[in-house]
Design a protein around this ligand. Structure first.
Ligand SMILES: *Cc1c(COP(=O)(O)O)cnc(C)c1O
Length: 456
């Protein structure tokens, strides 16, 4: 299986190469050149455990990995999860179910992909003898999950940029209290988007990329998308047969990564009714789906910080399909968007998507009302999924984080603070972080001085 760039100006590559590169050299994102049809296999996959299903699915894409390598990486990754079903479904009512994606080591859905990515990198390094430098930007959870997946992995050095003071104190502790010598959390002055644009700029510096063996763990990485498709499939298989085709997946999203991972299944013969794109007050995607205008606005920090994003990087992947694979048009839109900060689509039609946006005033109200109605505590990100949810249709809401990651939100709403033993332990550790300017030159120098370069 080969993977091509959405911008059409890079050679297509195999799975391992696409994963190692993250971003394609032409600045685009990798997508499978063609899609397997799952409709024939799906009947035999109903009773598979999560790791078994993950293996059957991913081996269709990771054709350049030996089966036992892939299987071991998967088994290792999901053994770090605390729930036997890995991604359990909780029924709130006849029409509303929750898919709990927070049983991984950092209590957010990003562990699904990043535990696996860490194990795939480890294999790649032992196979090629080339060290890797991981550089990423985070609004909180990606950094924590990436670091957790890469702690102590030989030959990998991790640099994570995050906006100082704009991630939750616990998220910051998850990144800074690892005690690992291969991990460098960099607190920058600026927003997540500032951090992200520095990372993007450094990725476009090809000599630097080569020198330090740069790879991305951001949600643009193909492995992240494909690993996330698995829990949609797993959940879909667990819905009753009659429910499958009439259930809408509700996805709290910022970067469009998670929801795109689910949508990809519709390209593989899986009938899913639709996807509801649930944003917080940073509503670039909600506006896009309602008006056809994709436009940049400044980020307003919210109670759901992992969705405080205004550039939804993975939207470029959907765009590629909207334009029927015309990479020239994707380039045109992305260039125009970069220059003007906005792009207006004529007759924007993204079939199968609906959207919503929840403000910071609404999030605590929703948390309270879901708790009152169903006796279930949602985290502030998951809460966005409940905004204006039509009660007469079937929904599966993805719970993207454990509420204990955001204790202040509950305290301020006059509720009891949720806790988790994993987070409790963090409070006893000593944080280590590096303050930095966000300028690409400053970050480049820091990375060069601290990466373990492969001697050639
Ligand atoms: C990252 C994150 C999101 C948004 O995911 P996208 O891939 O940007 O759509 C939502 N909720 C939580 C808890 C997250 O960590």
């Amino acid at each position: 299986m080969h993977f091509a760039s959405t911008r059409g100006q890079s050679d297509s590559v195999g799975f391992s190469e696409a994963v190692a590169q993250g971003l394609a050299p032409d600045g685009g994102l990798y997508l499978p050149e063609k899609f397997p049809d799952l409709s024939a296999s799906i009947g035999q996959w109903e009773d598979l455990s999560y790791p078994e299903l993950c293996f059957e699915f991913l081996r269709l894409f990771a054709t350049d990995l030996e089966a036992d390598v892939l299987r071991r990486a998967i088994d290792h990754s999901y053994s770090a999860f605390s729930h036997p079903q890995i991604a359990p479904i909780v029924e709130l009512s006849g029409n509303c179910k929750i898919l709990e994606l927070f049983h991984g080591p950092t209590l957010a859905f990003k562990d699904f992909a990043l535990q696996l990515l860490g194990n795939l990198y480890e294999h790649q390094i032992s196979r090629t003898g080339k060290n890797l430098t991981i550089l990423g930007a985070t609004s909180g959870d990606t950094g924590a999950a990436a670091i957790s997946g890469l702690i102590g992995k030989r030959g990998v050095t991790v640099f994570i940029l995050y906006p100082n003071g704009k991630v939750s104190p616990l998220q910051e502790r998850q990144m800074t209290c690892t005690g690992a010598s291969n991990v460098f959390p960099l607190a920058i002055e600026g927003t997540f988007d500032d951090a992200q644009s520095t990372v993007k700029e450094l990725f476009s510096d090809l000599p630097f990329r080569k020198k330090v063996g740069l790879s991305a763990v951001n949600s643009i990485n193909l492995a992240r998308i494909l690993a996330q498709s698995v829990y949609y499939l797993y959940a879909w298989l667990r819905l009753g047969r009659s429910e499958r085709e009439c259930t809408t997946f509700v996805v709290p999203t910022g970067n469009f990564g998670n929801v795109f991972a689910g949508w990809l299944l519709t390209k593989m013969g899986i009938a899913i009714r639709g996807f509801r794109v649930a944003t917080n007050q940073n509503d670039v995607l909600h506006r896009l789906f309602h008006t056809g205008e994709y436009s940049l606005e400044s980020v307003v920090p919210s109670l759901a910080p992992s969705m405080d994003i205004q550039v939804a990087s993975n939207f470029e992947r959907l765009l590629f399909f909207i334009f029927d694979g015309d990479a020239g048009r994707v380039r045109e839109v992305m260039n125009s968007f970069r220059e003007k900060g906005r792009y207006c689509f004529e007759n924007f039609a993204a079939k199968g998507f609906s959207s919503s946006s929840a403000t910071d005033r609404e999030i605590p109200e929703i948390i309270r009302s879901v708790n009152r109605e169903y006796g279930y505590l949602v985290d502030p990100h998951t809460a966005c999924g409940f905004k204006d949810l039509p009660s007469d249709e079937k929904h599966l809401v993805l719970a993207t984080a454990h509420p204990a990651k955001f204790p202040d939100v509950y305290e301020n709403a006059g509720m009891e603070k949720p806790t988790s033993p994993i987070l409790q332990e963090l409070l006893e550790k000593t944080p280590v972080k590096y303050d930095s300017r966000v300028a690409p030159s400053a970050i480049r120098a820091f990375v060069e001085n601290n990466s373990s370069l492969t001697s050639e």
